[in-house]
Design a protein around this ligand. Structure first.
Ligand code: ZN
Length: 283
């Protein structure tokens, strides 16, 4: 099943797609992505759809499929290919690296990402993210996949000069509306082995990144298990798995995103997330 958010009559409603139709889950009292994933995980969501109105949703109505209180963690240097291009692969690390993004740094599939006034070093990072469906702390590796509620395309787009201003990635990763997530979450029952997924990034239609999740340094279950050693995971929390090689900063000369261009993150079997770049002064 696909779970997402849509703008309907000025409100953001949680929606699910089932057998070709979108349903407004508000009819079943579900008003958060977290609640939708919980209901899906317990096997109740399909029967609840009977009390939900069908919606005719256009692509332009889909919004970022996250809740405002979701914690968004991003794994850094989790493809050996990207760690190598970034000079970080002398030896593979014993533990994953994480930074956090705020929900305000992410737009949905129908909105542009924003090239800010204060930086022109706007770079792409196509990724697969997963969304927690079942809460937990200190989750065993062998139980970890059962805590994943679904998968979603993630644009961890970054302002590289700000990322280098200090030793932490926070400012370069949290410009308003710089990243993207969507167009929807595909529930985990449809993705039995996330390591078989592939992520592609296209800039102006040209492939610039291609990674196989099989090549992750820390796998989806390993990320769940590790994060749950320090954080009680909640349904709706998002963990991005990292980007493969091919970012603009490592090209010669570097290639930055420009206003008017389109960046696409595609994970076959999950979705295709396309966002146009708009300059901040044009908004
Ligand atoms: Zn990233």
């Amino acid at each position: 099943m696909r779970i997402g958010r849509a703008g309907v009559d000025g409100a953001s409603v949680v929606v699910a797609a089932h057998e070709g139709s979108w349903f407004d889950l508000g009819g079943a009292g579900i008003v958060s992505v977290a609640a939708a994933l919980r209901a899906h995980g317990s096997g109740e969501l399909t029967s609840l759809l009977g009390s939900c109105a069908r919606l005719a949703i256009g692509d332009q109505q889909l919004q970022a499929p996250i809740d405002g209180d979701a914690r968004i963690l991003c794994a850094g240097f989790n493809f050996a290919s990207h760690a190598r291009e970034s000079g970080k692969a002398e030896q593979l690390p014993a533990h994953p690296t994480f930074f956090a993004r705020f929900a305000t740094s992410l737009v949905g599939p129908a909105e542009p990402i924003v090239l800010p006034r204060s930086s022109s070093h706007f770079d792409w990072e196509g990724e697969l993210a997963f969304v927690v469906g079942k809460p937990g702390r200190s989750i065993a590796l062998e139980d970890a996949l059962s805590h994943v509620g679904g998968y979603v395309c993630f644009g961890d787009h970054s302002l590289r000069d700000y990322q280098q201003h200090g030793t932490q990635a926070t400012q370069g990763k949290n410009f308003d509306r710089s990243g993207a997530i969507g167009p929807w979450i595909v529930t985990a029952d449809e993705i039995p082995s996330p390591e078989s997924l592939e992520v592609f990034t296209y800039l102006q239609g040209e492939e610039v990144q291609h990674g196989r999740l099989h090549d992750l340094v820390f796998t989806v279950p390993a990320l769940v298990a590790y994060v749950s050693t320090f954080l009680t995971l909640r349904p709706g929390d998002v963990i991005a798995t990292g980007t493969p090689a091919g970012i603009g900063a490592r090209r010669t000369p570097p290639r930055w995103l420009a206003a008017g261009e389109e960046i696409v993150v595609e994970v076959p079997g999950v979705g295709r997330l396309a966002n146009r770049v708009v300059a901040e002064e044009d908004r």
